[in-house]
Design a binder for this molecule. Structure first.
Ligand SMILES: *Cc1c(COP(=O)(O)O)cnc(C)c1O
Length: 384
């Protein structure tokens, strides 16, 4: 028999990721209040709930009252179905935004997963499946209104609408589209997409009178009443990313990421730090190396302008981020803050996801979804 592991899990990793599920639930309620009573607020939990853990996140949101969840892939939908319990009345709806790949339709039906159909091919396959099995299953239709990424083109939508058999055998509950520039309220594409969507939805309702509409992601919820329609699909803002980058963040921080200090040293003559010797530590500088690197989701592009915090003190990255280690210049930090058990706040209340993203040359979404798998993960309140 293998020897038992006697150390505590939090002592066996290089960093600690704390996810505040109460703050997450509060963010969902905040977005729900913004959406108001006529716009249903769901939650996008694709990519392992933006890297924070599908199961704890989905359970916390379900407990807060969230009734519709959105994922990208069928596999994510199946995993979420296991977490949330069998489909049916009273259990949350799960929408799979990429829809069925050919041959997977049966799994959607069997596990109560609602597909978003975005191409004429998906629509045809779903119809064939529904007719062959004599089932009328809910689906959503996605139209592209100016992003040119995913969804029926204007021409495809028109020809399907003009064809009396275009949507035969389908019972779509809604038309949806996605905004390209929702985080930039002044961008003219927002208004154009809304106009195209409004006209598409009006046409769609000639065929499906009860069809709902959905346009808003997190940032879309902050563009005003006319972007709301019947349901919203927020993701990033739930997890604390600022949905209105030009303004103070209205969301509550959900994530704290702390890296452990492995070693503190003083250099007794000016000397280089890290791979490539790109940084010169001045004579007498104090350096702290933490056990976290790019294998844990820090970006190597963060090296040059990276900062973090030790207690209230801002510290700069010294040299290059390496795979498992990063060094900081902590010359101004008292030794009492760097003793055994000391941690550096990589993400926290003083240094947000958006700060880290900006310093890394990216966006909060990429920071979250790049979070590593080697952390000790703590969920607050503790998971039952
Ligand atoms: C990811 C995604 C969302 C969520 O967007 P956020 O900006 O994270 O709120 C909504 N709708 C679609 C189609 C998406 O792909």
């Amino acid at each position: 028999m293998a020897a038992p592991i006697s150390s505590r899990p939090e002592d066996r990793t290089g960093a600690v990721l704390t996810v505040d599920l109460a703050a997450l639930a509060e963010n969902w309620r905040l977005l729900k209040r913004r959406a108001g009573p006529t716009c249903d607020t769901g939650a996008v939990v694709k990519a392992d709930a933006y890297g924070l853990g599908l199961e704890p996140v989905a359970k916390a949101l379900k407990a807060a009252g969230c009734a519709t969840f959105y994922v990208a892939h069928l596999d994510e939908g199946l995993a979420l179905r296991t977490v949330l319990g069998a489909g049916g009345i009273g259990t949350p709806r799960i929408v799979v935004m990429h829809g069925p790949n050919p041959g997977t339709e049966r799994d959607f039906a069997a596990h109560g997963l609602i597909p978003v159909l975005s191409t004429p091919g998906q629509i045809k396959s779903w119809r064939n499946f529904s007719q062959a099995n004599d089932v009328l299953m809910e689906s959503l239709i996605q139209v592209d209104t100016g992003m040119n990424r995913l969804g029926l083109t204007a021409a495809e939508f028109s020809s399907l609408m003009a064809d009396p058999d275009g949507f035969v055998g389908l019972t779509p509950s809604a038309l949806m589209s996605h905004l390209a520039c929702a985080d930039t309220p002044a961008h003219p594409l927002n208004g154009q997409q809304r106009e195209r969507f409004a006209s598409g939805l009006a046409t769609f309702r000639l065929k499906f009178a009860d069809a709902k509409g959905s346009l808003a992601n997190s940032s879309g919820l902050f563009l005003g009443q006319s972007f709301l329609y019947d349901f919203a699909r927020p993701g990033a803002a739930l997890y604390g990313v600022n949905p209105v980058p030009a303004n103070p963040n209205p969301m509550i921080p959900v994530v704290r990421l702390q890296a452990k200090v492995l070693q503190v040293r003083r250099v007794d003559a000016a000397s280089p730090v890290g791979y490539g010797a790109t940084f010169q530590a001045p004579d007498g500088a104090k350096l702290a190396t933490v056990s976290m690197g790019y294998a844990d989701g820090l970006l190597r592009s963060w090296s040059a302008s990276g900062h973090a915090f030790v207690d209230d003190l801002r510290v700069a990255v010294a040299g290059r981020v390496s795979m498992d280690l990063t060094t900081f210049d902590v010359s101004h930090v008292p030794d009492s803050s760097l003793g055994p058990g000391a941690m550096v706040d990589i993400i926290g209340s003083r240094h947000t996801i958006d700060d880290l993203a900006k310093e890394s040359g990216t966006i909060g979404y990429e920071i979250l979804t790049a979070l590593g798998r080697r952390y000790h993960r703590r969920y607050l309140p503790a998971l039952k």
